[in-house]
Design a protein around this ligand. Structure first.
Ligand code: NAP
Length: 274
């Protein structure tokens, strides 16, 4: 496993996304993932599966301190009391005293950063999160959050795959020394079947999904693909033994001209335009 380092955090460069994984499917996916070599799990209060993620961790037999666990506080829980309750409930669900990374899942435009960011910082100073960060922040939101934070924000978790242009927000994240965690890295199933990715994969003896993940790894991002299929679990961490050429990277980069956004809920911010 490779790592991306940011502000003292050492983040395994592939994580297991767990959104939509429920009940025993989630327990088994987490257990199998850890047993085949994953060391990074991504969950959220909103996913309703933190209990199962914790159960999968314990069932795997892998030591807690070998695993990097991220959870998130959602946008309707960003006032101080609610934030604290949400985090405490997440830790109780996971049956853990701390997570490795705690994120604001989505900003709430009605709550200023001067209110939400101190709660995030407190999670770190209280020892309930080793590191803190944000998700779905735009370039302006990053600047505004950094202006008030008293602890480093180690990552921005954003939608990233070959079909979306995130150049501006990636540059802004890097300007602040933050890691970029790439969610929806297989474009929620739109990667398999895409001609260029299939063709490039064939040339390397890899699948189109592996090409998408490798592309993101070579861009320096941390993809967190989701799957409960054992073969896909193995395939999605088997992306460190081949290299995409400069020409292949350039061809894949051109696919972002479509700027296809998969995740865009009503509470999303006004995104940066390419
Ligand atoms: N911060 C945020 O706001 C936010 C938003 C969305 C997602 N996320 C995080 O990002 C994670 C990933 O996003 P996502 O789950 O929406 O989408 P994704 O990982 O891009 O796509 C998941 C889909 O890809 C398929 N897949 C996975 N590996 C494959 C492979 N090797 N070959 C072919 N198909 C494969 C899965 O099917 P199978 O199960 O059949 O393999 C599933 O249908 C989430 O689970 C969550 O942890 C965060």
């Amino acid at each position: 496993m490779q790592y991306v380092e940011a502000h003292g955090a050492r983040i395994p460069q592939i994580g297991l996304g767990t959104m939509t994984l429920k009940e025993d499917v989630c327990v088994q996916a987490v257990k199998t993932a850890l047993q085949v070599g994953y060391t990074h799990l991504d969950t959220a209060a909103f996913y309703g599966n933190e209990k199962e993620v914790g159960e999968g961790l314990r069932a795997s037999g892998v030591a807690r301190d070998k695993v990097f666990i991220c959870t998130k506080v959602r946008e309707n829980n960003l006032l101080p009391d609610l934030f604290q309750k949400s985090l405490d409930q997440s830790l109780a669900n996971l049956q853990l005293p701390y997570v490795d990374l705690l994120l604001i899942h989505w900003n709430n435009k009605d709550i200023p950063f001067s209110v939400s960011i101190p709660s995030l910082c407190k999670a770190k100073t209280d020892g309930k999160a080793k590191h803190i960060g944000v998700a779905n922040f735009t370039t302006k939101m990053l600047d505004d959050a950094w202006a008030v934070t008293t602890e480093p924000l180690v990552c921005n978790q954003i939608e990233m795959h070959p079909f979306i242009n995130q150049d501006k927000v990636v540059a802004a994240s890097k300007k602040h020394g933050m890691a970029v965690v790439a969610y929806v890295p297989i474009a929620r199933g739109k990667v398999p079947g895409a001609e260029a990715l299939e063709r490039i994969g064939k040339a390397h003896g890899k699948s189109s999904a592996q090409v998408s993940l490798r592309y993101l790894v070579q861009l320096g991002a941390v993809p967190i693909p989701r799957t409960a299929t054992p073969d896909h679990l193995k395939a999605n961490i088997d992306v460190f033994d081949f290299n995409l050429s400069d020409a292949e990277m350039a061809e894949l980069k051109k696919l972002n001209a479509t700027n296809m956004r998969v995740v865009n809920p009503p509470h999303a911010p006004v995104w940066d335009t390419p």
